[in-house]
Ligand binder design. Structure first.
Ligand code: PGA
Ligand code: ZN
Length: 426
């Protein structure tokens, strides 16, 4: 049963926003196959690895045929014959051929497609689910789902500055219970929004959350709380925010534009402190724009033992930036998006570094997704205890949740589910 790579092929497919992306298929001499479809972000961190796009007029420049050519004509000849079990070597070869610090030559989309499809092919040939192949015998912790049910910022056509208003079904015994409680809250929110803002308010944004015509942060949070309470889950389901503050920071005036106000960093901290004192907020992501490390450090000093503070655009899943954060005491959690960094090996190193330094890890989708379920497996493989996969709507989001239901059933009595407060000691 040879694990040597027989072939690697890429093709252009579509993501959930209708933009082109790559699907990469790897097959092994022993018959194992694996495919991976690469996701894509809309509110990206500046330091993310580069997603190679064709440019030009066709498809508004968004085609990925150059990245596909790189897979088929540059990466393939270098990897055919190599063992798919040697993930580190596979990824190192690609990094070496690329030769840049941000993967701009081959494209992080091309590299990641190969990286994950190789891992999937190996696990397929071994007859192991991916969570078991990557995580080993101890992979057993089901993640608390972070469900983005009101969309704002760059993901929606409304005036909410904050990008993601999430519910966190946490105090349950099993993933299945948590998920369906979250679904119930989502259903309740739909009814409440329809009653208040009319039918158009229940159209959904990029991640399946509603995009009602709200303007103010507290209005959105109030609706989450109302939906949680009306569904009978007060004290069991909490609230989390992804501010994605890059998108409401105005560089020219050096202020954050939110809720009709222009706030300096100190005022923005006060704004968050008030929200946290008023509402059951357990986690807050990218509260400042990615250059404002000082404010992130101060915020962490003040609140790091009460709430989870997640770095996304700050860290872009990059071990070097995470190391900087750890040294400074910035944030206490890593958002892990495999396509921000571009190889499975580096993503696993980032997670490792986070865990070793007492940072939690939230495995995350992108706003542009496909039905690929890989991140569901990855969250269990890492025993990360947390996943951000959008609202329980739209096929590309529910594919992750449905896969987790399947994994929980497969794990049977081995499956664990730990409420966030116990995970974090908050
Ligand atoms: P993106 O954003 O996938 O659109 O970049 C998601 C996030 O900020 O977490
Ligand atoms: Zn984010």
């Amino acid at each position: 049963m040879s694990f040597r790579i027989r072939d690697i092929r890429a093709r252009q497919i579509l993501d959930s926003r209708g933009n082109p992306t790559l699907e990469v298929i790897t097959s092994l001499e022993g018959g194992g196959t694996g495919s991976f479809s690469v996701p894509s972000g809309a509110s990206k961190g500046e330091k993310e690895a580069i997603e190679l796009r064709d440019g030009g007029k066709f498809l508004k420049g968004k085609g990925v045929l150059r990245a596909i050519r790189n897979v088929n004509e540059v990466i393939r000849p270098a990897l055919v014959g190599k063992s798919a079990l040697r993930q580190h070597e596979i990824d190192s070869i690609m990094l070496e051929i690329d030769g840049t610090s941000n993967k701009s030559r081959l494209g992080a989309n091309a590299i990641l497609g190969v990286s994950v499809s190789v891992a999937k092919a190996a696990s397929n040939q071994l007859g192991l689910p991916i969570y078991r192949y990557i995580g080993g015998v101890n992979a057993k912790l089901m993640p608390v789902p972070f469900m983005n049910i009101i969309n704002g910022g760059a993901h929606a056509g409304n005036d909410l500055a904050i990008q993601e208003f999430m519910i966190v079904p946490s105090n349950f015994r099993r993933f299945k219970e948590a998920l369906f409680a979250g679904v119930e809250v989502y259903m309740t929110l739909r009814d409440l929004l329809k009653g208040k803002y009319g039918r158009t308010s229940i159209n959904v944004g990029d991640e399946g959350g509603f995009a009602p015509p709200m303007k103010e942060t507290e209005e959105a949070i109030e609706y989450l709380i109302k939906s949680i309470e009306e569904s009978g889950y007060g004290g069991k389901i909490f609230v989390a925010l992804d501010c994605a503050a890059n998108s409401f920071y105005d560089e020219k005036i050096e202020k954050y534009k939110i809720d009709g106000k222009e706030l300096g960093p100190a005022d923005l901290i006060d704004f968050y402190l008030e929200l946290i004192s008023k509402y059951p907020i357990v986690s807050i992501e990218d509260p400042f724009y990615e250059g404002d490390w000082d404010s992130l450090v101060e915020f962490t000093k003040e609140l790091g033992n009460k709430v989870q503070i997640v770095g996304d655009d700050f860290f872009v899943s990059n071990p070097d930036l995470l190391r900087k954060g750890i040294e400074l005491g910035a944030a206490n959690a890593l958002l892990l998006k495999v396509n921000q960094i571009g190889t499975l090996t580096e993503a696993l190193s980032s997670a490792d570094l986070a865990f070793r330094n007492g940072y939690s890890v939230m495995v995350s989708h992108r706003s542009g997704e496909t039905i690929d379920e890989f991140i569901a497996d990855l969250s269990v493989a890492l025993n990360s205890g947390q996943i951000k996969a959008g609202a329980p709507a739209r096929g590309e989001r529910i594919s992750k949740y449905n896969r987790l239901l399947e994994i929980e059933e497969e794990l049977g009595s081995m499956a664990e589910f730990i409420p966030l407060s116990s995970q974090l000691g908050i």
